[in-house]
Design a protein around this ligand. Sequence first.
Ligand code: LRH
Ligand code: MN
Length: 429
Amino acid sequence: MKPIDSQLIADHNARLERHVRNDYEHLGEQLARRDVDIEAITAQVAAFGVAIPSWGVGTGGTRFARFPGAGEPRDVFDKLQDCAVIHQLGRATPTVSLHIPWDRCSDYTELRGQAQAFGLGFDAMNSNTFSDQPGQPQSYKFGSLTHTHAATRAQAVAHNLECIEIGRALGSQALTVWVGDGSNFPGQQHFRRAFDRYLESTRQIVAALPAGWRMFLEHKIAEPAFYSTVIQDWGSSLMAAQALGPQVQCLVDLGHHAPNVNIEMIVARLIAAGKLAGFHFNDSKYGDDDLDAGSVSPYRLFLVFNELVAAAHERVPGFEPAYMLDQSHNVTDPIESLIDSAEQVQRSYAQALLVDRVALDAAQQANDALAATKLLKRAFQTDVSPILQQLRLQQGAAIDPIGAYRASGYRARMAAERPARAGAGGGIV
Ligand code: LRH
Ligand code: MN
């Protein structure tokens, strides 16, 4: 089932195909002079995918306001169709990451069938114990898995077990746990006891994990708590993951760090510890801005992928990161932003594959700092667009996915089909 008319994509590609073939051939010659086989790179990029956050296809907002766009998804089925558009046009996003209760529905077998019809699968499930649902017995105002009251912790554990059950029905194999638990005042929370309560609660979730499943712990420096957060940084997350066992690893959301923190080094540490779960890709300038991946600091995203490609190149044991986007689209069409962000992530991966690792090892060994950093810059400054376009052409996707999307009139069609509703489609704000 294809939400966009395939003929429209074919006609769109027909106008661009000759240029892409020329550009691809030209880049191939350039790379061959660097002993790089462009076909090998293209094949590796073809095998790369990044998951779409279901909460990202609705318009996001801030605590000040949300300005809903036209044709907002009304439920998880609408979200799935929008995700299918993103994958049909860009072919870089074969899976969707759901958030419960925002994506709760009455028939998960039907939902799984719909996803399969769209050629989509389900990545990590996301639990939500950072907001209260109508009629919820215990409030999460003062925390969830680390709350001082056992009944509230038990409620939060039960919610995570429900997310696992929903994930099993959908074919997911991972649960991401991010909690907003923390404090706003010095003295408000006993840091060590809160961490102990976190371990006591998460142990019960780990005990319920099916064989083969993983649990991803997501750290975050601040928000909604603004003095301390229980899982505030990679150190706290790693301590917990090491205490909780082999099925538990640490997920890195790029926006969850103080400005200028060296995230690529955190990635290298988690890889070395065998505890890198994966990523929530986005970009930021100040806080957890959830901006489009690579829109502010594309070199930082490249440097993260440089660590990932190095680990794969060196065959680091147990290295199997999950790649997901986690963004909030406040001023763009979410579908366009997700198509573009997925391509940006693919682009950073392709560039990192171009790093001459033998020469880099030699330069590092020789302490030739300039030669080393120029090897990274050379890869980053290589325009790999012909590889990404050629790949989409080969896969029957759109050479220019945003252009094809705009030509399709999909958004206008959804605006007609999906009447605007206040508070539609659950998501950030
Ligand atoms: C927390 C977070 C987490 C999600 C939420 C939507 O800031 O990054 O990953 O649950 O955003
Ligand atoms: Mn996140």
